[in-house]
Design a protein around this ligand. Structure first.
Ligand code: TXA
Ligand code: MG
Length: 352
């Protein structure tokens, strides 16, 4: 298949290109587009055949349900049985934005979207290009992250091109995704609501808005086998670069010490090593390809660069990536969740 690539400036959107994207969606094709979290691979959510093409293009297991993207609450009403009171509050407060709500699905939602579950995941993205495409096509858009299943999610069009060139009709380049990690997935069919995937909107923010929030225990576990996650997608190893990732966890000074020691020993063995450091620590390493993810005091800076730097270190040809853990509060919880998955839960704890 021939893939068209179009660049759109999010601050001055060329409506002609949006029209092209909308026409492709309406006629059953696939369009990769930017959102504020990561790039999405979209199809008309009401077109079963089109949605099945998403699974083929990504190599995605069919038991992993998709998120449906909407541009207004009217669209949500048609996709769900009812909207719980608390969900209205959350939409009011956090939409458009990186929050996905799980609700009871209506009969309009094809089974292929929900992988046979009775619930459907819905979000309204805040990225102006994503919103415009949904508005223009007037259909709900099913969109997982626009990467090959298992690889780090794409935060730039070039990542999408690497993974999906020749497999989709259109890729829209709208610059870098601002959040850099996927949306928070929140199940509002249970009371208190439960976070099934940590993301751009934090537990702290949600609790401030609506009171107590639970977290799926599987997210907090350090071993994949421990507990079955409630979001089917969370059971897969994920976000994996080609290199092996090892997380070093503990006090910052002890982590740096351990990483320096490991980097030296890989160097002696002739194995190229990459280090995922922070602004506070990047100057302390003398061996290996060192990338700063951001500022430890501003975990959102780290969130926005994690996936990009995992791909970047692969491009540099390193075989092992040593990553400093950060504090798992606020958006740090989502950062550590993705990092642990990228590492296949390979974590070294150093003395406290
Ligand atoms: O930020 C995002 O959410 C991005 C952008 C493109 O919007 N999309 C995204 O989609 O991350 P995807 O398909 O990569 O991840 C969807 C997650 C998976 O873990 C899936 O298992 C879960 O949401 N999910 C979808 N429907 C669900 C449902 N009915 N019940 C529980 N989990 C569900
Ligand atoms: Mg994904």
């Amino acid at each position: 298949m021939k893939t068209i690539i179009k660049t759109i400036d999010k601050n001055s959107i060329d409506i002609k290109n949006i029209g092209i994207a909308a026409d492709i969606l309406k006629s059953g094709g696939l369009v990769a587009f930017p959102t504020e979290t990561v790039y999405g691979l979209g199809a008309n959510a009401l077109d079963e055949k089109a949605v099945s093409e998403i699974f083929v293009a990504k190599g995605r297991p069919s038991d992993n349900p998709l998120i449906v993207h909407v541009c207004n609450v009217e669209m949500v009403k048609r996709l769900v049985k009812n909207i719980p009171e608390l969900a209205f509050k959350l939409m009011e407060k956090f939409w458009p934005g990186p929050l996905t709500l799980i609700m009871e699905k209506s009969s309009r939602v094809p089974e292929i979207i929900t992988a046979g579950l009775s619930t459907v995941a819905i979000r309204m993205p805040s990225h102006p290009i994503a919103l415009k495409i949904i508005e223009e096509s007037q259909v709900p858009v099913a969109a997982p992250s626009a990467n090959i299943s298992g690889k780090p999610s794409p935060t730039e069009a070039k990542h999408v091109i690497e993974d999906l060139m020749g497999k989709v009709e259109l890729i829209i380049d709208g610059g870098s995704s601002q959040v850099g990690l996927e949306s928070t997935v929140l199940d509002v069919t249970v009371n208190p609501p439960m976070i099934l995937r940590p993301g751009g909107i934090t537990k702290e923010q949600l609790e401030e808005a609506v009171g107590k929030i639970d977290i799926d225990k599987a997210i907090l576990s350090d071993h994949l086998e421990d507990i079955k996650p409630r979001a089917p997608g969370m059971k897969y190893t994920h976000y994996s670069p080609k290199a092996d990732v090892i997380i070093i966890e503990g006090k910052v000074e002890a982590c740096v010490e351990k990483i320096r020691e490991l980097a030296e020993s890989y160097k002696r063995d002739g194995i190229p090593v990459g280090i995922l450091a922070t602004e506070q620590t990047k100057g302390l390493y003398t061996v290996g390809t060192v990338m700063s993810l951001g500022d430890r005091k501003m975990p959102d800076t780290i969130a926005s660069s994690l996936f990009r730097e995992l791909r970047h270190l692969d491009d540099k040809g390193v075989r092992v990536i040593l990553a400093e853990a950060i504090e798992d509060t606020g958006v740090g919880l989502a950062v550590m969740n993705r990092m642990k998955k990228a590492a296949g839960y390979n974590i070294i704890k150093v003395g406290d």
